[in-house]
Design a protein around this ligand. Sequence first.
Ligand code: PMP
Length: 417
Amino acid sequence: MNHKLNIVEKAASFEVQKIREDFPILKQLVRGKTLCYIDNAATTQKPMVVLNAIDNYYKSKNSNIHRGVHFLSEAATASFEAARTKVKEFINAKSENEIIFTRGTTESINLVAYSFGRNNLNEGDEIIISTMEHHSNIVPWQLIAAEKKAHLKIIPINDKGELILEEFEKIISERTKLVSIVYVSNSLGTINPVEEIISKAHAYGIPVLLDAAQAVYHLPIDVQKLDCDFLAFSGHKIYGPTGIGILYGKETLLEKMPPFMGGGDMISKVTFEKTTYNSLPYKFEAGTSNICGGIGLGTALDYVSSIGFENIIPHENDLLNYATNELKLINGLRIIGEADKKAGVISFVFNNIHPHDVGTFLDFEGVAIRTGHHCTQPVMDRFNIAATCRASFAMYNTKEEIDILVNALKNVTEVFK
Ligand code: PMP
C-alpha cells in the first residue's frame, strides 16, 4: 500500500518540462528553430549532473587507477569502483565481479564472441541470433563462426516485426552453444519475450546473451530475475558518456573464460615463461579504462533511478502511442514494426519519398530523426526496403515535439506531391 502511494506521488511529480531543464543541449536553436531531438535510439542527451561529474573528475581527481599509492589515484579508483557498484545495483547483479567496463555494447558482444566463443565453439556447433539483430550482434558471430567452422542459425520475424518463437524451437538443439538476442530492437522497437527465450534455452543448458543497448533506458533490468547469462549495454544510450559500456556475465561463466585482450591491469604476474591473470572483473579490463566514462555512467544511472522507471515508462508509452496514432493519419506513410509490445521507436517509410529526403527536410525544421538501415540491414531486407525514417523517444520528449514532427511530415508530403 505504502509502495503504491509512493509510486503515485512520484508519478505526479514527473514533469517533463522540469526534466528538460536538466539537459542544456535541448535549449539550443538549430537552423533558427527549437531543437526537436528524437534520435535517441542513436544516442541520448546528457543531463547536467553527468556533465558536472565529467568536469569534476578532470578538475579534481584525474589520475590513473588501481596501481597508484597517491591521493589522486586513490580518489579516482574509489570513484571508478563506486561506479561499478552503481551498475551492479542498477541491473541487480550479484557481485561487482560480474560487471566489466568495456567501450560499449559492440565491444561487450565481441568480448563474449572471442572469449566464450573461442573456448566453447567447435566445428559444426551453432549460435542462434535473429533477423532483427543490430550488426554488432551479427558480425562478431560471423567472424568467430568462420574461425571455428561453426554456423549461425536465425530466428525469423513476422510481418509485425516480432520473433517467430515456433521457429526458435525448431532450430535450437544440442548443437547450439549460445543464443544471442536483442532485448529491444533499435529499428522496429519490438520488445522481445526474452524471459521465454532464456527459459527455453536453459532447458537445453544453453547460455543466453541479451543485447540491452536499447532496453536499458526504456525498461528496468534485473539480471537475476531475467536469469540471462550475459547482458551488454552502452553508456551513451542511457544518458551517460560515449566510449563506455558494460558487459554483465554470470561469475561462473566469466571465471572459465580466457582474457579477451592482453595488457596492463589484467595480469597478476608476468614473466616471459608464463603470465597469470588478474581476478574478475579486471581480467577483462586490459589497459587504462575509460575512468571518467565509468564515473559519468554511474552518475547517469543515479539520475535515471532518481526519476524512476515507474515514471519514465508511462511517459514514453504515451509518446509512442500518441506518435503512432498521429503518424498513421499521414497520407502515404507506412509504419515498419507494429509489434504488440514496443518501446521508444517508430520506423516509417513513404511510398514515393526516400527516407534521406525526409530526414533532410525535417532537419531544416530543427527535427533530428535518423534515416537509413540503422545497422540492421537484414531487417530492411525482410521488409523489402532500403531504409526507414526512425523517430525514437527518451524521457525528455514531449507531445508538442511529436506535433512538430507530424506537421513537418505533412509539409514533406506536400512538397513531394
Ligand atoms: N545493439 C543495439 C540494439 C543498438 O541499438 C546499438 C547502437 N545503435 C548497438 C547494439 C551498438 O551499440 P554501440 O555502438 O554503442 O556499441
